[in-house]
Design a protein around this ligand. Structure first.
Ligand code: GLU
Length: 318
């Protein structure tokens, strides 16, 4: 009996010692994504899954939070409430440089990890709306404060023939917009998102929608002095009833972090992800064509030293 108790005590001590050791090595990394109906959320989820598979080796435990979008993610990283976040390249640029909607509140500690898919600016409208000019006087969801589309829309409407004051502005979350459109409570909504997002697929499947083009001359003006905007086309045949390509502009989805996050954490995270890039690419159609070269382009802030160390080792950065 006595011997049994001693034996149990030893087992208990050994296992709690081991648990303590594992606990000491556990590093939590919270990644801010976007709405669950967008592309950031499944993409960040796939990233976390790949990183967590190797958690016994590097100790990192990545978790994903659904958030209000790019601007929310930057603000939360700035406050230290998120360690990493998916952020549109235009929002990242404005935040890092303290311009536009970040004027007077520059987030100088932002650092780039990598970039992902292109995010064309989608204008999803009911079938009566056919052109950008038709949006005048209509009820349009430009996105919740904190969303990337709201920030892009504010930039866009500085170069359009009519301003945001000429539309009835709504500030709904991306996840709410499709239902509001289906019920006729809004006429259109903006969403800067990877092509084929569930949000737009769903409403396009159940309702007849149009995706509205942004005119070439407007895109040309938008690109002046804003190197992070590129001309883009939403291919035809992706969304039901949208058979022809639609011209618009696009940004890139980027993974950002801050100088608060230690170098070895970022190093281990990118290493694990790039070593399993094929798995990652298969998780969403927008990621299928990623290459390491493309994933190091289109960034708005300097590389985080941990990421840069890995890219140098691989010879991707000289
Ligand atoms: N680009 C959007 C934003 O920053 C999010 C898109 C997504 O969730 O895929 O707000």
């Amino acid at each position: 009996m006595k011997r049994g108790t001693t034996f149990l005590l030893v087992i208990f001590l050994v296992s709690s010692l081991q648990a303590g050791e594992a606990f000491a090595k556990r590093i939590y990394v919270t990644i801010g994504a976007g709405s669950v109906t967008g592309v950031y959320f499944p993409t960040a989820g796939a990233m976390a899954k790949i990183v967590n598979k190797k958690r016994k080796e590097h100790g990192i435990r990545a978790t994903v939070e659904s958030t209000g979008g790019s601007t929310y993610n930057v603000n939360s990283m700035s406050l230290g409430e998120l360690d990493m976040g998916l952020v549109q390249s235009d929002v990242g640029y404005r935040a890092y440089n303290g311009v536009g909607d970040f004027k007077g509140r520059k987030v100088g500690k932002l650092r780039s990890v990598l970039s992902l898919h292109a995010e064309p600016f989608h204008i999803v409208a009911n079938e009566k709306i056919k052109t950008f000019a038709d949006l005048k006087g209509k009820r349009v969801n430009i996105g919740n404060p904190g969303s990337g589309q709201r920030s892009s829309a504010e930039a866009l409407f500085t170069v359009t023939p009519f301003g945001l004051g000429d539309i009835v502005v709504e500030g709904l979350k991306a996840s709410e917009a499709p239902d509001f459109m289906a019920d006729g409570r809004i006429d259109a909504y903006f969403y800067t998102v990877g092509v084929g997002s569930a949000n737009i697929m769903d409403v396009a499947t159940s309702h007849k929608i149009n995706i509205i083009a942004v005119d070439d001359d407007v895109v040309a003006k938008l690109k002046e002095g804003r190197p992070y905007y590129v001309s883009a086309e939403i291919p035809g045949g992706i969304y039901p009833n949208v058979d022809k390509p639609v011209k618009t502009f696009a940004v890139k989805a980027t993974l950002l972090t801050t100088t608060d996050v230690p170098d070895d954490v970022v190093y281990n995270l990118v290493k694990t992800l790039f070593e399993d890039l094929d798995t990652f690419k298969k998780t969403h159609p927008v990621l299928n064509n990623l290459t390491p070269a493309k994933m190091l382009e289109g960034l708005s802030a300097p590389f985080h030293p941990g990421a840069e160390k890995y890219y140098r080792e691989r010879g991707w950065v000289k």
